[in-house]
Design a protein around this ligand. Structure first.
Ligand code: PLP
Length: 364
C-alpha cells in the first residue's frame, strides 16, 4: 500500500526560488543587504496598526480588501475598482500567468529579468523566451523579436531586479504599441517609489490607455512590509475580473491590510526613504568603484557590483560574510560574477564599503 503520487512534470522543471539569506553561523549581529527590504524597517504606524488588530485575528479578513484598495486608490490617485490586492505581488504575477498562459504558450522576458516570472511560467507549463539585453538593460527590439504566435505574456520589471536598470517610458510605450493586442504586457514596478527620473511612469499611463497592460506594485520594498506579504495590481476591468476569479478569497490577511493602510498614511516615509536611498546609493557606488569594481547604474534600492569573475565574486562574498555582511549572489540570474547589494542605513552601507575596500586592496 505504499508508493508516492507523481506530481505534474512541470513542477520539477525549475529549481526552487532561493531567497536572500538572513543568518550567518557564529555571527550575532548580521547586516542583511540581501533582499532589498527598505533601509529603515517597518513604518512605526504599521507596527501600531498590527498591535491594534492583534486581538481580532480570529476574524476572517474582508475578502475584497475594500478599505485597503480605497487607501491605495486615494494615495496613488487611482480608481479602487481597478485594483486587486495579493499575497505579495508574486501572488498576482503567478495568477496572471495561470490565467493568461498555460501549456503550449510562451512568456517573453529579458535575459536578466526577475526569476519569479520564469518559475511561475514553467510551473504553468509554458515556454520562456529570454531576450538579449544591452548594458544589462532590457532591449525592447530584442524583446519584440522573441514574440511568436504562441506568446501570451510579456513581463518587464522597471527598474529591473537584479540589474537595477531602467527602461525609458517612451520605450515601454513603443513596446506596447508594437506588441500584438492579445499579448498581455505586465509592468512590474516593485521599485517605483525609489525612481527619481522625472520622466518615469510606473505603468499607470499605459494601463489607462490600453486594455491589455497590467501594473504590479508591492509593499515589500519602500514600505518595509515584506514579511506580511502584500502587493497589488492595477489594470482594466476585464483583467481585474479575471484576477478576482482566480485569486483565493482571502489572499490578503487582515493584519497585512491594516499595516498597508497605515504604511500609506505614514507622513514623510516615502520621501525620506527615497532621498536617503538616492544619496546612500551614490555614496556606496562611488566607494565600490574606488575599491576597483564596476558598478552598474541603478534606479532602485540596490546596486549590482561586477567582480569580473565568478571566483572573485565568491571570494568577495566570503570576505563580506566573515564580517557579518550578507549580500546576494546572483548566479541564478546568469550573473555569477556579480553581487547585488541592498542600500541599507548609512552605517550598514559604510560597513559594506569598508569590507569591499579591504577586499579590493587584498586582491588588487
Ligand atoms: C521584490 C520584488 C517583487 C515583490 O515581491 P512581493 O511578492 O510583493 O514581495 C516583485 N518584483 C520584483 C522585480 C521584485 O524585485
Amino acid at each position: 500500500m505504499t508508493g508516492s503520487p507523481a506530481a505534474r512534470p512541470a513542477v520539477f522543471s525549475v529549481p526552487p526560488y532561493v531567497g536572500g539569506e538572513s543568518h550567518l553561523n557564529g555571527v550575532s549581529r548580521v547586516i542583511k543587504l540581501s533582499s532589498n527590504e527598505g533601509a529603515f524597517g517597518p513604518p512605526p504606524g504599521a507596527i501600531a496598526a498590527l498591535q491594534t488588530v492583534a486581538s481580532k485575528i480570529h476574524r476572517y479578513p474582508d475578502g475584497g480588501a475594500v478599505e485597503l484598495r480605497n487607501a491605495i486608490g486615494r494615495h496613488f490617485d487611482l480608481d479602487p475598482a481597478r485594483i486587486v490586492c495579493g499575497n505579495g505581488s508574486d501572488d498576482l504575477i503567478s495568477l496572471l500567468i495561470q490565467s493568461y498562459g498555460g501549456p503550449g504558450t510562451e512568456l517573453v522576458m529579458s535575459r536578466h529579468g526577475f526569476l519569479i516570472y520564469e518559475i511561475a511560467a514553467r510551473l504553468a507549463g509554458m515556454e520562456v523566451r529570454k531576450a538579449a539585453e544591452r548594458d544589462l538593460t532590457a532591449d525592447i527590439d530584442a524583446m519584440l523579436a522573441e514574440v511568436t504566435p504562441a506568446t501570451r505574456l510579456v513581463f518587464l520589471a522597471n527598474p529591473n531586479n537584479p540589474t537595477g536598470t531602467l527602461v525609458p517610458s517612451a520605450e515601454i510605450v513603443r513596446l506596447r504599441r508594437q506588441l500584438p493586442s492579445h499579448v498581455l504586457l505586465v509592468l512590474d514596478a516593485a521599485y517605483a517609489e525609489y525612481v527619481e527620473d522625472g520622466d518615469y511612469d510606473p505603468g499607470v499611463g499605459l494601463v489607462d490607455a490600453s486594455e491589455n497592460t497590467v501594473m504590479t506594485r508591492t509593499f515589500s520594498k519602500i514600505f518595509g512590509l515584506g514579511g506580511l506579504r502584500l502587493g497589488w495590481a492595477y489594470a482594466a476591468p476585464a483583467i481585474i475580473d479575471v484576477l478576482n476569479r482566480t485569486r483565493m478569497p482571502f489572499n490578503v490577511s487582515g493584519p497585512a491590510a491594516a499595516a498597508g493602510i497605515a504604511a500609506l498614511a505614514e507622513q514623510g516615509w516615502v520621501q525620506r526613504s527615497r532621498s536617503h536611498n538616492t544619496r546612500a546609493r551614490a555614496e556606496l557606488s562611488a566607494r565600490i568603484q574606488r575599491a576597483g569594481f564596476h558598478v552598474w547604474p541603478s534606479s532602485a534600492n540596490f546596486l549590482l557590483a561586477d567582480m569580473e569573475t565568478t571566483d572573485r565574486a565568491a571570494a568577495a562574498d566570503l570576505h563580506l560574510r566573515n564580517r557579518g555582511i550578507i549580500v546576494r549572489r546572483v548566479a541564478a540570474y546568469g550573473l555569477p560574477q556579480c553581487l547585488r547589494i541592498t542600500i541599507g542605513t548609512d552605517d550598514e552601507c559604510a560597513a559594506a564599503a569598508d569590507a569591499l575596500d579591504e577586499f579590493g586592496r587584498q586582491h588588487a
